[in-house]
Design a protein around this ligand. Structure first.
Ligand SMILES: Nc1ncnc2c1ncn2[C@@H]1O[C@H](COP(=O)(O)OP(=O)(O)OP(=O)(O)O)[C@@H](O)[C@H]1O
Ligand SMILES: [Mg+2]
Length: 302
């Protein structure tokens, strides 16, 4: 399935397909005054982080936003698999100085690019790249040219995952109605807030069957976070259990393309709209807004 044909299915015209090899350099499409970096996490494995990341990126793109999706799952990077593409290079090659960012970017549509992280993310987090270095400047340039930087993270609360969650401006926590997922979501939020006490945290409830499911899961998380961590989480949306989703995964086509009118696709589209209309980080001071994800990631270890 990882053939040229499936790659081309991702783009809507030959012109856009060309962009995979002719990278975009202009930032004319950026519509916001600053870039919102959003890490997608949840503590537990297999709860829909990568599917939400890929499809949300495409839907934000459809809203006219300039988007980059960093596949930062170091162990089992699979945003590429979900899109039917096989990256040859990743951020590790950029960190090593062998490739430019444009050369590792894979365009999922004209304004949505996938950045395979590979070993590059942990290198950046651990190497303490000098401020003002060429590499950091290139990453910041890219970040400044987009509206959203989405970061698909690995499960768990390992140091490198936490580094990315605290470097991101906002965090989306995915939970499902399973008690283990709710406990893991809470545990992740607790660790995030220990590192960054005012981080805006948005909850998405996945694998919802009944209407009350999402509310119940959100209430449970919100209550314990309020009581024990003295923080409020925000409800961002829900995604129903949808048999089209595993089918789309098998076909290596993002569900919003595979079955655009399916319940999960509609739900993800709503989440994109909700995110777009929420202005949580507008509350941040200009100096906080100006802080780059890459700078913060690097500074965590400086
Ligand atoms: N709403 C849903 N409806 C039906 N199946 C779903 C739904 N969400 C997720 N799944 C199933 O769960 C699988 C895992 O999803 P995904 O890869 O997005 O999870 P993840 O949290 O990124 O996993 P990992 O922790 O391994 O990175 C999907 O391949 C799909 O089969
Ligand atoms: Mg994943």
């Amino acid at each position: 399935m990882n053939d040229q044909a499936s790659t081309l299915r991702l783009v809507t015209s030959n012109d856009q397909a060309d962009r995979a090899t002719s990278p975009q350099t202009s930032n004319q499409m950026k519509t916001r005054s600053y870039t919102q970096s959003i890490a997608i996490s949840g503590g537990k494995g297999g709860i829909g982080k990568s599917n939400l990341s890929v499809n949300l990126a495409i839907e934000l793109g459809a809203l006219g936003k300039e988007v980059a999706l960093l596949d930062a799952d170091l162990g089992l990077a699979n945003a590429d698999l979900l899109c039917g593409v096989t990256p040859k290079h990743h951020l590790g090659h950029v960190v090593a100085g062998w490739k430019e960012l444009d050369e590792i970017s894979i365009y999922l549509s004209s304004n949505v690019r996938l950045l395979p992280g590979g070993s590059g993310v942990s290198k950046l987090a651990n190497l303490s790249v000098d401020n003002g270095s060429d590499l950091l400047e290139k990453l910041k340039d890219l970040e400044e040219s987009i509206d959203y930087l989405l970061i698909d993270t690995a499960a768990g609360v390992a140091d490198n995952v936490m580094g990315m969650l605290s470097a991101a401006g906002d965090v989306i926590i995915i939970a499902t109605p399973e008690p283990t997922s709710i406990v893991d979501a809470y545990a992740t939020i607790k660790v995030i807030l220990q590192k960054a006490e005012s981080k805006p945290i948005h909850i998405v409830v996945n694998n919802v069957v009944g209407v009350g499911d999402a509310e119940q899961v959100f209430e449970q998380i919100d209550q314990v976070v309020r009581k024990f961590l003295n923080h409020r989480v925000k409800f961002l949306g829900m995604i129903p259990t949808d048999p089209n989703l595993p089918e789309a995964v098998r076909e290596q086509t993002p569900i919003v393309r595979y079955a655009p009118q399916s319940p999960a696709s509609r739900a993800i589209r709503l989440i994109a709209k909700q995110l777009h209309s929420q202005e949580s980080t507008e509350l941040l001071t200009p100096s906080e807004k100006a802080k780059s994800f890459w700078n913060r990631l690097n500074q965590n270890h400086n």
